[in-house]
Design a protein around this ligand. Structure first.
Ligand SMILES: *Cc1c(COP(=O)(O)O)cnc(C)c1O
Length: 388
């Protein structure tokens, strides 16, 4: 079967009601048949759920669907994307270990690398996203993991997965990719040689701005290590959120088709607008890594970024003039969202620090929703007129 079909048809075990849609298993624990059954399950000689911090049918269905979509042997689902990122590093690293990471990573991941993991003697070196020699040179005898996001947030930089996978194979270190922006519909990092794919399911996978969630997808061997760590540290995904996310996967393919179609059309039109100095979208031929993007992604995704010629004040005016777009921190929602990093998420940095992480004063990030493209466009041109 095709992935699109599998994401719709995979179901966890059925109850005696023979329901068509998977019910919600809102239970914290599971009953054992007798003392021997209880002993065997605790000893891991016999399969069983035991306790919802360990396992739950709704969580398992979400994992099965995601693993299937990304050609992974297994997965571990978590309460948020950051719980997935932390569980991955927490499970696999020890004091003295070293991470090599692309410079532009999600803000909280950056905090994890610079403020939290160093408490346990785990250090990180950053490399510019397209410096492949730099990645290789940054790897030391202590390096265990190379980590990156592609497309990156908010810069939409594209990193060549095959090229980095080759470096990691040669150096015998793990290669992990945050695949949140692409989703399993658009990009499958394991197919290009990555060992691990991590998602914030809060974004496109839920896709309707309702629940938080995260997942790690990898080989059975790595998932066993994550399981051993996560079972006893408690980042478990709630059964309710797993049920929502699992249902959401059934529409992910059709949602992504519309997100990508709308985003490409908006990106093309923005490119011709006089108030804008540049537009970045992975499937625009003007994107600096257009060729790599078209080789490893099946579509350009739903995020478009652009630069307003008149900088900081234009950015603020632009946001204030939008009527349809929501001003909110999420992305990947059915509803279009606009953010202006320089006056919001990155306003505490100096202009120089912002430039270092690729955020200019006029940078706007759009998460293009599922509304009619003409309504999205009308809102954007209206706001662009007032921005300058
Ligand atoms: C949102 C996001 C995360 C964190 O996910 P949460 O679900 O918010 O914890 C990690 N990586 C990327 C690229 C994200 O956009």
């Amino acid at each position: 079967m095709k992935k699109e079909t599998e994401s719709i048809r995979i179901q966890s075990k059925k109850s005696s009601f023979n329901e068509h849609s998977t019910p919600l298993y809102l239970t914290s624990s599971y009953v054992f048949e007798d003392a021997e059954d209880m002993r065997a399950q605790f000893a891991e000689e016999k399969e069983g759920e035991i306790y919802s911090r360990y396992a739950n049918p709704n969580v398992q269905e979400f994992i099965d669907k995601m693993a299937n979509l990304e050609n992974a042997e297994g997965g571990w689902a978590t309460a948020s994307g950051m719980a997935a990122v932390f569980s991955f590093f927490g499970a696999l690293l020890s004091s003295g270990d070293h991470i090599v990471s692309a410079r532009s990573v999600f803000g909280s991941t950056h905090r994890l690398f610079t403020e939290i993991l160093p408490k346990w003697g785990i250090t990180t070196s950053y490399v510019d996203f397209d410096d492949y020699e730099g990645y290789e040179n940054a790897i030391t005898a202590s390096t265990k993991i190379l980590y990156l996001e592609t497309p990156s947030n908010p810069g939409l930089d594209i990193i060549d997965l095959k090229k980095v996978a080759e470096i990691c194979k040669r150096k015998q270190i793990l290669f992990a990719v945050d695949n949140c922006f692409a989703t399993p519909i658009i990009q499958r990092p394991l197919d290009f040689g990555a060992d691990v794919s991590i998602h914030s399911a809060t974004k496109y996978i839920d896709g309707q701005g309702r629940t938080m969630g995260g997942i790690i997808l990898s080989s059975s061997e790595i998932i066993e290590k994550i399981k051993a760590f996560a079972r006893h540290t408690g980042p478990a995904l709630s059964p309710f959120n797993a049920w929502v996310l699992s249902k959401s996967l059934e529409t992910l393919d059709v949602r992504m088709e519309r997100h990508c179609k709308n985003a490409l059309e908006i990106a093309k039109r923005l490119e011709c607008h006089p108030a804008i100095s540049w537009v970045k979208y992975p499937f625009l031929p003007s994107h600096p890594q257009y060729k790599i993007a078209t080789e490893q992604m099946s579509s350009g995704g739903g995020i478009v970024s652009f630069e307003l010629k008149n900088g900081l004040s234009a950015g603020k005016n632009f946001l204030d003039s939008l009527k349809l777009f929501s001003l909110t921190a999420n992305l990947g929602d059915t509803r279009s969202i606009a953010t202006h990093p320089a006056s919001t998420t990155h306003s505490k940095l100096t202009q120089e620090q912002r430039t270092d992480v690729g955020i200019s004063d006029g940078l706007v990030r759009l998460s293009i929703g599922l509304e009619h493209v003409e309504d999205i466009w009308a809102d954007l041109i209206g706001a662009l007129e007032k921005a300058n």
